[in-house]
Design a protein around this ligand. Structure first.
Ligand code: NCD
Ligand code: ZN
Length: 423
């Protein structure tokens, strides 16, 4: 038995925002009450001044298996996930080979289960080889366990293909998520088009590369009546387009990454390609827009887009350097920063990191309730810690946050009734 004592439980599903103790027996929550006394031989976790909430779900991670396990693998990715408070992650199909066949979907799921730290679920490719041409066999992929479809890393650039994909995925109760980037506008751009790219002489990547494709996808969703999900939304105009589409009744949802909620193109000022990510880090106005959109419900989900790359790869000059940064262990402190700055409260944090993402992929979100299996995260909202190589569980350490202080730390993660992470 485990007694979690003195913490504040936040679970909007059960109207919980109270200081209560949780007794867990054989993995199941058996009692939630004030001032519970530990039965004999019970492990006690002192959760004084800590928050306890349903464990997080990240619908956008890159675990690089198959094909690039020198960057990350399902084991190290799972370690980073549970250290970040996550018990469900969705792996992107931009692997080698791409996740475009049922056997590869099964491979990822089975490897995740074998490791057993958290639920590792794949998204499958929209098109064969992520080439943007021929649709994958979506029904078979869904039956094998793919939770949605995306060519992430690349957009579905052909509007006709996108329309067919949305119709087909929607008709089988799934959806397409798009990495919105018009490649004819982004060209060989590296940094957000603005004063900083201009001052540093970096090839500019204009926000309209993202915005035009968000608009296209929203229009397709309105006309087909089918759902579409916007990956890593990063611009103020993108926020306006999604606002408009939602008002039109489109089944559009959107996610934002911790880095687009926290960092701007100023990260380029030390000329470090750690700042290179797709979509690029934007300006203060964009940052404000995505923060308020997350608060208001225009953006539904925080997803990390955890994108590990090896040190030598990130050390290359800006054209050759692959875009991406790791994120699983930084999401909570970054979203907590927005709670501290009064953009929204802890209940909204739990909605965007736990409840909404789980529901989006058709899972029942973890619930802190008597009779449920314990799947929860305990975090200290005020503990300050430094980002350094030692604390990062991911195989790759590519993040512009290296050396910085963050506030808010995951202390325990429970999955299937067991402690899978302890700080
Ligand atoms: C992603 C990656 O590394 O796979 N990189 C990134 O900058 N986000 C791919 C992608 O989402 O574009
Ligand atoms: Zn992407």
């Amino acid at each position: 038995m485990i007694l979690i004592k003195g913490g504040t439980i936040i679970d909007p599903q059960n109207n919980l925002r109270d200081q209560k103790d949780i007794l867990i027996d054989k993995g199941k929550i058996v009692k939630i009450e004030e001032n519970l006394q530990p039965p004999p031989e019970c492990q006690v976790i002192d959760a004084t001044d800590k928050v306890i909430c349903p464990a997080f779900t990240d619908i956008h991670v890159h675990f690089r298996d198959p094909g690039q396990t020198y960057k990350e693998d399902i084991y190290t990715g799972s370690l980073a996930a549970v250290a970040g408070g996550y018990t469900t992650v969705v792996c992107m199909p931009n692997t080698f080979p791409a996740i475009d066949e049922p056997s590869i979907v099964r491979y990822v799921i089975e490897k995740g289960e074998e490791i057993g730290l958290c639920r590792v679920l794949p998204a499958a490719a929209v098109t064969k080889g992520r080439e943007g041409k021929q649709l994958t066999e979506m029904s078979l992929l869904k039956d094998a366990g793919a939770v949605y479809f995306t060519d992430d890393g690349a957009p579905v650039w052909d509007a006709h293909v996108m329309r067919k994909a949305m119709e087909f995925a929607g008709s089988i109760g799934s959806f397409v998520a798009d990495h919105c980037e018009d490649l004819s506008l982004s060209k060989d751009g590296v940094a957000h088009e603005g004063e900083i790219a201009a001052a540093l002489g970096l090839p500019p990547l204009p926000p309209e590369a993202e915005d035009t494709m968000i608009a296209r996808d929203c229009v397709l969703s309105i006309h087909t009546g089918m759902p579409v999900h916007i990956c890593h939304l990063s611009t103020k105009v993108g926020v306006e387009i999604v606002t408009w589409a939602k008002a039109m009744g489109a089944k559009v949802t959107a996610e934002v990454t911790p880095h687009h909620l926290y960092l701007t193109d100023e990260e380029w000022l030390d000329f470090d390609c750690k700042a290179k990510v797709s979509p690029p880090l934007r300006e203060h106005e964009d940052l404000e827009a995505v923060r308020w959109a997350l608060a208001s419900g225009i953006i539904d989900i925080v997803a990390t887009d955890h994108a590990p790359h090896a040190h030598q790869e990130k050390m290359q000059e800006h054209h050759a350097c692959p875009p991406g940064m790791i994120g699983l262990q930084f999401a909570l402190p970054i979203v907590l920063e927005l709670v501290r700055k009064d953009y929204f409260d802890l209940t909204r944090l739990v909605e965007v990191m736990s409840i909404n993402p789980a529901r989006k992929i058709g899972l029942k979100p973890p619930s802190i309730k008597e009779g449920e299996i314990a799947e929860l995260t305990i975090f200290d909202p005020t503990e300050s810690w430094e980002v350094n190589e030692e604390v990062i569980y991911s195989k790759s350490k590519n993040t512009p946050l290296m050396g910085r202080k963050l506030i808010g730390k995951v202390k325990y993660t429970f999955y299937k009734g067991e402690i899978v992470y302890r700080d």
